[in-house]
Write a protein that binds this ligand. Structure first.
Ligand code: UDP
Ligand code: MG
Length: 335
């Protein structure tokens, strides 16, 4: 009995957020099934989160789930965005090891055995992109600036060039599930969690088919959420500029008073300079008001406590079992 328990295979959950990915899913499934076949001692679940797709993604996933019980599907009621779709997946997966991966095969499934090996001595494996040529110059430059700013001023622990392609164990999953913030940057949650973290470098492949579901606007929005939800950095220039403006205006007032008192005529260039300084200060104040509004918006979203995502239907997902394994401090201590 005891030896049976010891040899019992563990479960690997692949969490796959999908938004209009019908073109890539057949190839994705073929490749992950192939990899799963070679995994000794692991049984797999492929947990797809359909993030409000409008193409054939939901039908395709439902058909696959009917044929293969390892294919599990959570269909969200609308598009909630990549970060929340990941959370729906991590909330409902049942694995001892969990790997988050994109559906478009940019994260090669053939790396799964390497990730599992690394997880034997670590809690989190960040997959670091050693070659991002497929991403294009603009995206690469933006990523470079983003990671520099983030690591220097916001989250020094954030691994550079690691996206959401990660492997982790159940202990991490329990802590991750406790992160319920509405404005989400999942990479930040992993980075600040502690435990034993490591990196594995890989070459990011080109998208198998279709177009990126992360247009420039969404990328910028994610960067904004990452900064604003993790620090007060945007407000900091205001403190320095405010102090500088105050000091400069006091000095100017003293200088002008002294000059006028000694009989000097105040020349118009000085007035123009003062006007420009005033305009600059007004611009800065308005900008900071905008930033403060951004923080208020985040507070409002968090205070409202609306659901992170809404599920429309599921296939092969045992919702009751998930409720029973709700994260609790006891579970955390057990892992
Ligand atoms: N995705 C999602 N919801 C969205 C946008 C994207 O679930 O609102 C999924 C998408 O289907 C893919 C992953 O997130 O599996 C990453 O998206 P994509 O590959 O388009 O991003 P990129 O690699 O171009 O940054
Ligand atoms: Mg992609």
């Amino acid at each position: 009995m005891q030896s049976m328990a010891r040899t019992k295979s563990k479960t690997l959950s692949l969490v796959v957020p999908c938004f209009n990915e019908a073109d890539v899913l057949p190839e994705f499934l073929a490749r992950v099934r192939n990899v799963a076949q070679g995994l000794r001692g692991w049984q797999c679940e492929f947990l797809f989160v359909d993030d409000g797709s409008q193409d054939a993604t939901p039908d395709l996933l439902t058909q696959e789930a009917a044929k293969d019980p390892r294919v599990r599907v959570i269909r969200l009621s609308r598009n909630f965005g990549h970060q929340r779709a990941i959370s729906a997946g991590t909330d409902f997966c049942t694995g001892d090891a969990i790997i988050i991966t994109d559906a478009d095969l940019q994260d090669p499934p053939e790396l799964i055995p390497d990730i599992l090996r690394k997880l034997e001595g670590h809690d989190i494996v960040h997959m670091v992109r050693s070659d991002r040529r497929v991403d294009g110059l603009l995206k690469r430059t933006m990523a470079h600036v983003f990671y520099r700013v983030m690591r220097r001023w916001v989250l020094p622990e954030l691994p550079e060039n690691a996206g959401d392609f990660k492997g982790f164990n159940r202990r991490v999953l329990v802590v991750l599930r406790a992160h319920r913030e509405r404005v989400r940057f999942m990479r930040g949650a992993f980075a600040t969690m502690g435990f034993r973290q490591t990196e594995l470098r890989y070459v990011r492949a080109a998208r198998h088919a279709g177009r990126s579901k992360y247009p420039l606007r969404s990328t910028l929005r994610l960067a904004r959420d990452a900064v604003f939800s993790n620090s007060a950095l945007p407000m900091r220039p205001g403190i320095y500029a405010g102090a500088f403006t105050l000091a400069a205006s006091c000095l100017t007032a003293a200088g002008v008073s002294l000059y006028a008192a000694t009989g000097g005529a105040v020349a118009s260039p000085l007035l123009i300079a003062l006007l420009l300084a005033l305009l600059g200060a007004c611009g800065m104040i308005l900008m900071l008001l905008g930033f403060a509004g951004e923080y208020l918006k985040i507070l409002l979203l968090e205070v409202k406590q609306r659901p992170l995502y809404i599920i429309r239907e599921t296939c092969n997902v045992d919702v009751a079992a998930r409720a029973a394994s709700e994260s609790s401090p006891e579970e955390l201590l057990r892992t």
